[in-house]
Write a protein that binds this ligand. Sequence first.
Ligand code: SF4
Ligand code: MG
Length: 318
Amino acid sequence: KDIKKHFPVGSGLFGKKNHFVKAVDGVSLDIYPGETVGLVGESGCGKSTTGRMVVGLSDPTGGEIYFEGKKLNEYKAKKSLGKNLQMIFQDPYSSLNPRMTVADIIAEPLVLHKVGTASERRKRVDELLERVGLASYHGNRYPIEFSGGQRQRLGIARALALQPKLIVCDEPVSALDVSIQAQILNLLKEIQNDMGLSYLFIAHGIQAVKHISDKIAVMYLGKIIEFANKEELFENPRHPYTKALLSAVPHPDPKMRNRERIILTGDLPSPANPPAGCSFHTRCPVAMEQCKRIDPNLLPTSKQSLTACLLFEDKVAN
Ligand code: SF4
Ligand code: MG
């Protein structure tokens, strides 16, 4: 609820004192049991930082995070509830300790949370290896002996060790060969169906979250600018930024294929110095004069969608 991550930067920068980089600036999001919320946006928009705060790897500087109605901000709550929240990282090469055996890597969360005896943990590791499609004899090997896709399977096994309820998947397939990506996505879906897990699935491209997501949140410069059911987002995108992202994706319906491609000009502004008013106004193809002054709120635009754009502020849905 309204989570923020503001990093202080040296005073005097940009001629202002106590200046902050607003990496995440007021994100609110609900994730229900068994569903996948895709979180998309360009590099540097704050999506990974949001994911890290959700699982407790980073503390928000404002706002609150709730898990099953309980506030997670306090240290004690984090310790007791934290095992429900796990993360799968983008880079399967750097997220596994090369000096540890696969069995020790996967058992590490169990050791940290003091779950089971050594032999019970080993049994659990074998089950987890099989769950992710690897034979249990792999437990005595080292990460270097595995391919990228296999290493991501190990990362998934480690994330499943404590039987979490929510996994934040931070671009889990973008470092993998295209031929391997579908295998890993299918594995994640299968596991979700078996365990009733929820995912917050982070990616920079909207197409990458299309198949796995139930709902999609689009981030721009630290804020969610559109949040909708997947079908609605793809069929009826409202925010000009979402429209631009989608116009770059080939449409499955041939009649829709020659719709106009919206090319955004200009780079993503720095979150250290975001534009005033609507932060998208410097690149928005339909920006109006008031967009330079007024920062739009994320408001309902239908039963299934929220949009932060002045074009919709007077058209709040029924
Ligand atoms: Fe574009 Fe204005 Fe809407 Fe921002 S508020 S997205 S600048 S039209
Ligand atoms: Mg990232």
